[in-house]
Design a protein. Sequence first.
Length: 146
Amino acid sequence: MLVPDSGFVCYQPNVLIADGKPVSTPVLEGNMFKPNADFVMSHITAKSRLMIVNSPNNPTGAVFSYDDLASLSKLAIERDLIVISDEVYERITYDEAKHYCLASFPRMRERALVVGSFSRTYAMTGFRIRHVLDPEELITPMKLTN
Ligand SMILES: Cc1ncc(COP(=O)(O)O)c(C=O)c1O
């Protein structure tokens, strides 16, 4: 699984718990902490299956543009990757920054798992409520393992 670095601290341990192999894909200050699709591409191998995208981002605060997400979508389609799109900060943007849902990009509905959380959106941290939007064939095994 391609994991952004810097990224939310739980990503790498969760991949390990699921017997996956996290592969760090650095995001650089010089690119305003946004992923560069060509650079991400250089970390993809024949074994790559999943990619985490997190915008708005914790910890960097980067909000990926439409073009950033379009490039990552194109990459995911070309390399047949499932994308876990962590959008828990979707309602917390400032100034001109605009959030785009990755599943709204062409042909991404079938390969994006969009994650949201009541903790952030409604300041309901103690309730531990999250939601996931994804295709039925992906959500069915998730239900079985919970
Ligand atoms: C990027 C990101 N994703 C997911 C979570 C998890 O949110 P929660 O466990 O509060 O639902 C957090 C919490 O800090 C986060 O920063």
